[in-house]
Design a protein around this ligand. Sequence first.
Ligand code: FE2
Ligand code: FE2
Length: 308
Amino acid sequence: MTETFTLVHMSDVHLGPLEGVPLRHLNTKRALGYLNWQRGRRFVHLRSVADRIAADALAQTPDHIAVTGDLANLGLPGEYASALAWLEALGDPAQVSVVPGNHDIYTGRLGGASCLETWAPFMRGNEGPAQDGPVRFPYVRTLGPVALIGLNSAVPTPPFVAAGRLGAAQIADVATSLDRLGRAGYIRVVLIHHPPLQGQAPPRRALQDAAAFADVLDRHGAELVLHGHNHQQMLAWRRHSERGIPVLGAASASAGQAHKEEPLARYHVLRIRRADGAVHIDCEIRGFAEASGAVVRLARQDLVMPAA
Ligand SMILES: [Fe+2]
Ligand SMILES: [Fe+2]
C-alpha cells in the first residue's frame, strides 16, 4: 500500500472566553485556576492564534484531525460551548477526533453539562452499531488504513494537581483493542492527553499509571502515540517486537507568546504510509517562528527510532 494518510495533530488550545466564573460553578480549584488565567495564561492562549493554526491545518487537506485535550481551562460549560464551536469549524465530527485533558475534566462537577456530553460526537467510535448514550473510552475509529484509539486520562484533581490516570479497566481494554486492530492490519494511532511514559512529567502533573500503559505498548504494540499536556515538542520511543513506537507530544496550538519553556503555537502534520512491509511516518511541524509572522514549516523529520 502506498496510499498516504495525512493526520493533523494539535493540542492544548485552552480556549476562553473566561469572563468571570458563575458563583454556582466556583470552588477552590476553579478560583485558583481563574487567578492563574487572569495573571498570565490569558495573554498566552489566544483564540485568534488557534484560528490561524486551524486555517493552516485545513489548508494541508488532512484526511483527519486529532486534538489531544485541554481545549478548556476551568472545565466550565461556557468554555465547552466555545471549544465546540472551534471543533465544528475544524470539521464534521467524523473527521475530527478529540480526547479530554485535565483542564477539560478539571474538578468535581458543580453543575452544567460535562465536556464528555458537549463534545460527544467527536469522541465516539465508528465500529459496530451507531452509538448514543455516554461516551466510552477507549473509543476506536477506523479510517482507511489507520485506526485511532482514543483514551481518557483526565480525572478530577485537587488544587495544584494536574495528574492523570487511565485506570485498570481502560488499560485492559486498550490492550485488547491494540491486539485486535494489529491482527487486522491497521496502523494503530493512540491518542492520550498526558505524556504516557514514566518521567515525562513531574509527579503532580504525570500519568499515574504510566508504567502499566508502557507495558501495554511493549507487549501489544502500536504504530504511533500522540499526546499533549506539557505544551512542548516531545519525542520518545518504546519498542515492540524490534520495532520502535514513536511517542509524540505537541506543544500548544494557541500560544501567541512564548511562555517559560513553551514555544509559540505549533502543530503536527503526519503523513503516514505503509511501504515495504513497514509503516513510514513523516512528521512536519508547522507553526509560528515569530509572534507576528505567518504559519510556516518549522521542521520535518521521519519518525525513525534512533539506533540504541
Ligand atoms: Fe494544557
Ligand atoms: Fe494538560
